[in-house]
Design a binder for this molecule. Structure first.
Ligand code: FES
Length: 114
């Protein structure tokens, strides 16, 4: 699956510090993204766990965090946020799928990877 690059995800001023979930409409249907804002930077992952394909949040936009790790609400896999790598749980060693995003015109957009 390739995500298009001209989709506005949200206003920069509406993006909270830390983790948030955002639903975007793509030509292939809706996708849920996890955005991680750290001061003036932002990174994103698909909100899909590599273990069984479930969302990671326990309620839309509500994530479990412990000691800086994101914990999947379904079966407890723990992911470090810098690279999205699972460090414990049923999919240890796998990664969240990174999504390229950029800040432009005071908004966050899907961008072309690379
Ligand atoms: S779906 Fe995330 S740990 Fe099973």
């Amino acid at each position: 699956m390739t995500l298009p690059t001209d989709i506005r995800i949200c206003d920069w001023t509406a993006l909270p510090e830390g983790l948030s979930a955002h639903e975007v409409e793509t030509p292939d249907g809706p996708e849920s993204l996890i955005l991680l804002r750290e001061d003036q930077s932002v990174r994103a992952y698909l909100n899909v766990c590599p273990h069984a394909g479930r969302r990671l949040d326990w309620s839309p936009g509500r994530f479990m965090l412990e000691d800086g790790l994101l914990i999947c609400a379904a079966h407890g896999a723990c992911f470090e946020l810098k690279e999205g790598r699972c460090v414990s749980g049923p999919c240890r060693g796998e990664h969240l799928r990174s999504v390229a995003v950029e800040r432009a015109d005071e908004a966050v957009w899907l961008s072309t990877p690379g």
